[in-house]
Design a protein around this ligand. Structure first.
Ligand SMILES: [Cu+2]
Length: 493
């Protein structure tokens, strides 16, 4: 049940500390504030300081001095002709993030980035999660088209010591999904402390596309972290998010990754609680082939890719012209994120084809809705359509199979607060941004979309096939969790 005490505590503390925590929380996303660099500890001169907000004091480390790991693939414990079954523990673990330091983390299976789960379109997976924490946990498969009972609704938790089997039918096109905690009020902290991992769903249609595969198909989780001098994770829901300045790439700070001089498929995920990644390769082309919902209709040539929290962007990068012994740095607006070191020759057989995965035709919508995202009048919480999240309230009822257009507004232009929007269970098409065409890379199916302050985005979705309650929310996790920028829909017959 809803923990009223916790809500009151958060509200009371936020009240005592005035609006500043929320304003800081929000402004951490904007480009005008904060410098992100994993190896130096900037202070934000002239900016308001708030109580209980420490600086990032991560152990000093030269950039590109640790290797980027590729998360281990989880092995099924049982396989039948139609189904793979897995067991995965949600457990505390001491992990190595900074060399020579053991960091206390919350993990799936003992690693800071959980094991990768490999799925195939049309072949179901069941995962038994055992909660070895001392508090509630649960699992949301972000981007998954799954029954409500397996969606990880914020109120549908696995109690401490308990377990739960989630069933994923995988009846959806291939895509880079990810799994993370979604317990109401705890998700921001749980994810920040390590409850995140990849779930790679391979589509029927991918084999014929000649995309880089095997060791040349690499999931890369980008996120921000914050640590004390002993390498321990610092988290507060009231944190100044612009102080989360450590770049973590698959769980290591500013790593290097050895590559062959050939094409790679990189599945970029922004798993940050807050903060965009706008990345480039110093002018080198990134051919975007997929977004949240999987393959785009056609490849899109990019020099810079913006990934907001929860979003994925898959890019094909060709290193064949890079001399062996040279490097290519992945940079963001806040500094170098990681380095690709070309250490051997490579061979491949051509780039992605001109046609990847045609979009399904857009059915005619029969319902239109407005979703308004904004800071509450008393500045204590964030609202969707004038209300904070109430798990006992259904905000919209949708007849199964209905096609709807939602226009999502970010009404926080006064504060300049970034939001984005994540819809559970279905994938949507981005129709337009204030009447203008969607951004590059938004041509396919998505489940999370950036909504900058003062703008609106129209999306279209068809709400099948699963009945029941699903949430939609801002994916900046302090907004949606502690500060309640979340609502729920019920799909009915
Ligand atoms: Cu938000």
């Amino acid at each position: 049940m809803l923990d009223r005490r916790k809500i009151l505590t958060i509200g009371g503390v936020a009240g005592a500390a005035s609006v500043m925590p929320l304003a800081r929380l929000a402004h951490g996303d904007s480009t005008e504030n904060g410098v992100r660099n994993a190896t130096s500890h900037h202070h934000h001169g002239g900016k308001v300081t708030t109580r209980s907000v420490a600086a990032n004091a991560a152990p000093p480390l030269d950039p590109f001095s640790v290797p980027m790991p590729v998360p281990q693939v989880l092995r099924p414990s049982y396989r039948t002709s139609k189904l793979d079954q897995y067991v995965l523990d949600i457990q505390p673990a001491n992990v190595e993030i900074f060399p020579g330091f053991k960091t206390a983390a919350l993990t799936y299976g003992g690693t800071f980035v959980g094991p990768t789960i490999l799925a195939t379109e049309g072949r179901a997976i069941q995962i038994k999660y055992r909660n070895r924490l001392k508090e509630d946990a649960n699992v949301h498969l972000h981007g998954g088209h799954n029954p409500a009972s397996s969606d990880g609704h914020p109120m549908d938790v696995i109690p401490a010591g308990g377990s739960k089997v989630y069933t994923y039918p995988n009846r959806q096109p291939g895509a880079t999904l990810w799994y993370h905690d979604h317990v109401h009020h705890l998700e921001a902290e749980h994810v920040f402390r390590g409850l995140h991992g990849f779930y790679l769903l391979k589509g029927y249609d991918e084999a014929r596309l000649n995309l880089p595969s095997g060791e040349y198909d690499v999931p890369i989780m980008l996120r921000y972290g914050k640590f004390d001098e002993d390498g321990q994770i610092l988290f507060s829901p009231y944190d100044d998010v612009s102080t989360r300045t450590t770049f973590l790439v698959n769980g290591r700070p500013q790593p290097y990754f050895k590559v062959a001089a050939r094409r790679y498929r990189f599945r970029l995920l922004n798993a940050s609680n807050h903060g965009d990644f706008k990345v480039n390769l110093g002018g080198r082309e990134m051919v975007q082939i997929a977004s949240d919902g999987g393959l785009l209709p056609a490849p899109v040539s990019r020099k810079e890719v913006l990934i907001t929290p929860g979003e994925r962007a898959e890019v094909v990068v060709d290193f064949s012209d890079v001399p062996v012994g040279s490097s290519v740095v992945l940079e963001s607006e806040w500094g170098p994120v990681m380095r690709f070191d070309v250490d051997r020759r490579g061979f491949d057989t051509g780039g992605p084809p001109a046609v990847l995965r045609p979009n399904p035709t857009l059915p005619k919508p029969t319902v239109e809705r407005e979703i308004r995202m904004q800071l509450s009048d008393d500045q204590q919480v964030f609202w969707i359509n004038g209300k904070p999240f109430d798990p006992d309230r259904v905000d919209v009822r949708i007849k199964r199979g209905t096609t709807e257009v939602w226009r999502i507004y970010n009404d926080d232009s006064d504060w300049g607060i970034d939001h984005n929007f994540h819809l559970h269970m279905v994938r949507f098409r981005v129709l337009d941004r204030d009447g203008a065409p969607p951004w590059p890379g938004e041509s396919g199916l998505k489940d999370t979309v950036s909504v900058p302050p003062g703008t609106s985005v129209r999306v279209q979705a068809t709400f099948g096939e699963h009945l029941g309650r699903f949430v939609y929310h801002c994916h900046m996790m302090e907004h949606s969790g502690p500060f309640q920028m979340m609502a729920q829909m019920e799909i009915v017959q």
